[in-house]
Design a protein around this ligand. Structure first.
Ligand code: NAD
Length: 480
């Protein structure tokens, strides 16, 4: 059985207390490795390593830091097949998705911020004829990065890269449900020559290591991506500690399909938006509103495409729909499918657990599921299911579409499908979400602000927003 290790001070080390927890392969349901259940004692070691390393790291020139980070990105690329396979085994996602999206984006994240820091500039203000002000943006010191299981290495690097580029030392905690690529990443950092202690990776659960990390007085900023209730918990336990917090939380994203959309393209992309990564992307469009004149035609075409999705072993190259990440998560998703029917919904396709032949017969597979006939206010349409389940509903006007889309406690992402440019701009402006895609979904430019409103989070990641978050601002005013 493979035993994962923490990464502290540039070394791979066992947890101080010697406790480990099981790591399960979702496609088989079998325990295949164990991960450290780190505690405050491991955190203290990481803090010491980070404190020792940070001043020297921050003192490097931007070009030197950028060069080291670029080497880390290149080393990810050198190991991309191994990492994609590890991600598929650990998470249950199709290998091809892991390779083309997760691992590709992981090195892109690091390369992007390695370059971005060399372009990061601050403002100066001439104050009449009296003075000049200029703004310094210095590293914060030690920062914490906590990531979820759905896009394990992708979201881990999305936080670590700007934090390191800005000159901080990082203590990072991947999800205990998908720890493998973070562990392989620590080996990659060693291979690429990342200075010791600049990045420390601690494995474990929220209670064992997440809580100590977020509440440690020397950790001055927390960048967190995960569930809304965990984000609320982090806000509560850090209240009064004056830490910077970036919280990227849950979503229940609306997809608005207008009668004048490019029909075939929209059907293809709405399927992708609903079911990519088995619906386990925070940006997935799970509430699909369709303008009534095309409702029946769209429904028929949509269901046909959904049924074509190939469910299979995540390691098979032609698999499009893999396993859900864990047994408890699969049970949660199946319970929502039951709830939807109790609430009056009709399952148009899917709805059941799937048992595959061979090594995957005990895996956590659930069919892509489409439900209709539900009221917008029911729990199925209001609560985040975070699985391969979407609902379809008709609407009659732009105003109604916007009202339905906005009737949610969440506000992360949304997509609008129309060929009317004026409508696209108008509806985009009215939708309560941090991200609006028009005639596309998940088309990402890493320079753009990324994050949600309402219960979907506080703060923005991406581009300069992330570099601003991971720096402390100081204004200097000089009188002439
Ligand atoms: P989660 O909140 O259970 O866990 C996320 C991370 O927080 C894990 O590393 C976990 O160990 C850690 N954690 C748990 N309790 C903690 C505590 N008390 N203190 C500190 N850390 C703690 O979320 P999850 O189930 O891993 O991920 C799914 C959720 O993430 C969904 O709600 C999804 O929408 C959301 N998500 C949001 C975005 C975004 O960008 N907004 C992106 C991906 C996922």
């Amino acid at each position: 059985m493979q035993m994962l290790k923490n990464y502290i001070g540039g070394e791979l080390v066992d947890p101080v207390q010697g406790h480990y927890i099981d790591n399960v392969e979702p496609a088989t349901g079998q325990v295949y490795s164990q991960i450290p259940e780190s505690t405050s004692e491991d955190l203290e070691r990481a803090i010491s390593a980070a404190e020792a390393a940070q001043p020297e790291w921050a003192a490097l020139s931007l070009e030197q830091r950028a060069a080291i980070l670029t080497r880390v990105a290149d080393t990810i690329d050198d190991h991309s097949n191994e990492l994609a396979k590890a991600e598929a085994i650990d998470n249950g996602k199709p290998f091809m998705l892991a390779k083309n999206v997760d691992i590709y984006r992981s090195s892109a994240n690091i390369r992007f911020f390695a370059q971005a820091i060399t372009q990061f500039s601050s403002e100066s203000h001439a104050t009449g004829n009296d003075a000049i002000n200029y703004t310094l943006r210095d590293p914060i010191g030690i920062v914490g990065c906590i990531s979820p299981w759905n896009l394990p290495l992708y979201l881990f690097t999305w936080k670590i890269a700007p934090a390191l580029a800005a000159g901080n030392a990082v203590i990072a905690k991947p999800s205990e449900i998908t720890p493998m690529t973070a562990y392989l990443f620590s080996k990659i950092c060693i291979e690429a020559g990342l200075p010791k202690g600049v990045l420390n990776i601690l494995h474990g659960t929220g209670p064992s290591i997440g809580n100590p990390l977020t509440t440690h007085p020397k950790v001055k900023a927390i960048s967190f991506t995960g569930g809304t209730s965990t984000g609320a918990h982090i806000s509560r336990v850090t209240a009064g500690m004056f830490k910077k917090l970036s919280l990227e939380l849950g979503g229940k994203n609306p997809t608005l399909v207008f009668a004048d959309c490019d029909f075939e393209d929209t059907v293809d992309n709405v399927v992708r938006a609903a079911f990519s990564n088995q619906g386990q992307i925070c940006l997935c469009g799970s509430r699909i509103y369709i303008e009534r004149p095309i409702y029946d035609k769209f429904k028929a075409a949509f269901i046909e495409k959904v049924r074509e999705l190939k469910i299979g072993d995540p390691l098979d190259a032609d698999t499009q729909h893999g396993a859900l990440v864990s047994k408890p998560h699969m049970e949660k998703v199946l319970s929502y499918i039951e709830l939807a029917q109790e609430e009056g919904g009709t399952v148009l396709t899917g709805g059941k657990r799937v048992s595959l032949d061979g090594r995957c017969q005990n895996g956590f597979f659930v069919e892509p599921t489409v439900i209709e006939g539900l009221d917008n206010s029911c729990r199925t349409n209001q609560e985040e299911i975070f699985g391969p389940v979407c609902t379809i509903m008709p609407f009659d006007s732009d105003e109604e579409a916007v009202t339905l889309a906005n009737a949610s406690e969440y506000g992360l992402a949304s997509s609008i499908w129309t060929s009317d440019l004026k409508r696209a701009h108008r509806v985009a402006k009215q939708i309560e979400a941090g991200i609006v895609w028009v005639n596309c979904w998940l088309l990402r430019d890493l320079r753009t602000p990324f994050g949600g409103v309402k219960s979907s989070g506080v703060g923005r990641e991406g581009g300069l927003e992330a570099l601003r978050f991971f720096t402390e601002t100081k204004n200097v005013c000089i009188k002439y």
